[in-house]
Design a protein around this ligand. Structure first.
Ligand code: MN
Length: 270
């Protein structure tokens, strides 16, 4: 199995080193990761040329890139000799609930899925107390065995580890409460500055990723790259048909290379 590893904490992260150690048990590992930390980069891509420099990580081939997590995966897949799966992490900091939208860790895995390759994002707790990789090491192997060997159906999975797991569960994302807040503060010259960060939410619903980690379960959430509200689209198209009668009826049903190219050009200009 050819495994590409990336992250958003940067190529020198101890989390990436721990994931690399765990992954070598399952195949040939190639690391392609940002040269500096790009946490919260989400799925941004760079509008400057990318470099691809060999980097010394014991036991594996590794390259650092002056780009985002999504850039790294695109480049790693393009320049690598075939990639079967992309692992992203281990992020130092959980990616739960709405964190999915901000996370560079998940974006790297999502970039793989968009290229037709399976993507798995893996995150561990951060905070004042460093996470104990020795306690988690057997759990890393167990999760990778599950997702690389036994259950290969989900194309994109978001995995979060508690500090001392008692097992593994499938979950959905905890998106009932949004925890993003603006925090006002002062800079050293007394000027107003602002942090956009997250606060603890009141409580998490059962069977969500946040609930699972609270209860010391390893959370595995299958994700989809399609953000369409599938339950609503046909219903709303029937109730408010606009220029057609339903979402299924599009007349004429044309998507041509020319039409696609025209839209692509217009995207590039905006
Ligand atoms: Mn990060």
């Amino acid at each position: 199995m050819r495994i590409l590893i990336s992250n958003d904490d940067g190529i020198y992260s101890p989390g990436l080193a721990a994931l690399t150690r765990a992954a070598t048990e399952f195949g040939e590992v190639h690391v392609v990761a940002p040269d500096v930390e790009r946490s919260s980069a989400s799925h941004s891509i760079s509008s400057h040329p990318l470099s691809y420099r060999p980097t010394d990580i014991p036991g594996v081939r590794a390259h650092r890139v002056n780009g985002t997590p999504a850039d790294c995966v695109a480049l790693g897949v393009h320049l690598g000799a075939g990639v079967d799966v992309v692992l992203s992490g281990l992020n130092l900091g959980l990616n739960l609930g709405h964190g999915i939208w901000h996370s560079g860790t998940i974006a790297a895995a999502k970039q793989a899925t968009m290229l037709g390759i399976r993507g798995i994002a893996l995150s561990v707790p951060a905070g004042e107390e460093p996470v104990n990789f020795e306690i988690l090491r057997p759990w890393f192997s167990k999760v990778l065995r599950s997702l690389l060997v036994e259950v290969t159906t989900p194309r994109l999975v978001n995995v979060n580890f508690p500090r001392e797991p008692r097992g593994i569960v499938w979950t959905r994302a905890a998106v009932q409460h949004y925890d993003g807040r603006i925090f006002p503060a002062k800079d050293p010259l007394g000027r107003d500055v602002y942090w956009f960060s997250v606060t603890a939410v009141e409580a998490a619903d059962q069977a969500t990723d946040r609930w699972a980690v609270e209860q010391r379960w390893i959370s595995m959430t299958p994700l989809d790259v399609d953000p369409t509200d599938a339950g609503l689209v046909e219903q709303i198209a029937a109730a408010h048909p606009m220029d057609t009668t339903t979402a299924r009826v599009v007349s004429p049903p044309v998507s041509t290379t020319e039409a696609a190219t025209k839209v692509r050009v217009e995207e590039a200009e905006t």
